[in-house]
Write a protein that binds this ligand. Structure first.
Ligand code: GLV
Length: 326
């Protein structure tokens, strides 16, 4: 029996390649840059499996040229790059990598939060520039983190991991979500459920952890920024389109909020020029980028592919109805 053929849009990590090697014949995209669309489409034509990153759109256009495709395995927890309904219609299993990146992403939300509060980017620039003259009483004074109020928007696995860290900073933790967390979770994390508008008005830091869905697109818009304190900071490690970037720039320019820490953008890799300001810390979508976590993510995607081709249920299937139908 020939092995099922898979296209991976990245060379992945050795540990993931090992998982795949016995079961699949894999063609890897080995160049350092992301493959352009015109390179991806011809490569999926004859493949039964696809391992992709969030930079690839898995939509009707791609599915229609890949009639043999049985699985699209995303190396990411967010899967807004995949049209899951279109996959289901064509009998293609879609998978993601939940669970393994929660703590790493929470660490990074905190990295941004502390960096923007304590003006780290500005401080580093000064330290490296050779222009630093002396210690001074009012030099680069930021704002305290400890003891403040943290508002978490989206209280899933990552939002909760962010809350757990806040307890160590003696912060008041409030959260909002479409679904209230069980009482024992609230108790363990010392987190209170608040309505969105009240949370916006109360929080000193707001950290966003919702998936990108039609109902969360531009969730943070001009009226929301108006409700925030002028001393408050917005931290976003979720997805860029959850924030109306032009409205955020206007809020920063109008001093409606004090600053932002951003890892994600509306049109990556484009960054709105109005965000390139001293009170905004910018990162290039690296919240889950520790070697340990990225290796685990690649391995999970590989395990999902191998499971399907061995006749098992892929552990992170997003559209289980595809398997029921076959
Ligand atoms: C990264 O952004 C992910 O969704 O895993």
């Amino acid at each position: 029996m020939p092995k099922p053929r898979v296209f991976a849009t990245h060379s992945l990590f050795e540990a993931a390649r090992q998982i795949l090697q016995e079961t699949c014949e894999v063609e890897y995209w080995a160049k350092p840059e992301r493959p352009p669309r015109e390179e991806v489409l011809p490569r999926v034509k004859d493949k039964e499996g696809l391992i992709c990153l969030l930079t690839e759109k898995i939509n009707e256009e791609l599915l229609s040229v890949a009639p043999k495709l049985r699985i699209a395995a995303n190396v990411a927890v967010g899967f807004d790059n995949i049209d899951v309904a279109a996959c289901t219609k064509r009998g293609v299993v879609a998978t993601n990598t939940p669970g393994v990146l929660d703590e790493t992403t929470a660490d990074f939300a905190w990295t941004l939060l502390m960096a923007v509060a304590r003006r780290l980017s500005e401080g580093e620039e000064l330290a490296r520039s050779g222009k630093w003259k002396n210690w001074d009483l009012d030099q680069l004074v930021g704002t305290d983190v400890w003891g403040k109020t943290l508002g978490i928007v989206g209280f899933g696995r990552i939002g909760r991991a962010v809350a757990r860290r806040a307890n160590g900073f003696q912060m008041k933790v409030i959260y909002t979500d479409a679904q209230r967390a069980p009482a024992e979770v609230e108790r363990a994390l010392k987190a209170e459920f608040w309505e969105m508008n009240a949370l916006l008005a109360e929080s000193d830091f707001i950290s966003v952890h919702v998936p990108l869905l039609p109902e969360t697109r531009r969730l943070f818009d001009a009226p929301k920024f108006k409700r925030m304190k002028p001393t408050a900071f917005l931290i976003n490690t979720s997805r860029g389109p959850v924030v109306d970037e032009a409205a955020l720039v206007a809020a920063l320019e109008g001093e409606q909020i004090a600053g932002a820490g951003l890892d994600v953008y509306e049109n990556e890799p484009f960054i709105h020029p109005g965000l390139k300001r001293a009170n905004v810390v910018l990162a290039p979508h690296i919240a889950s980028a520790s070697l340990e976590t990225r290796t685990k993510m690649a391995c999970i995607a590989a395990e999902n592919v191998v499971a399907l081709f061995r006749g098992q249920r892929p552990p992170n299937i997003l559209n289980p109805e595809v398997l029921k139908a076959s």
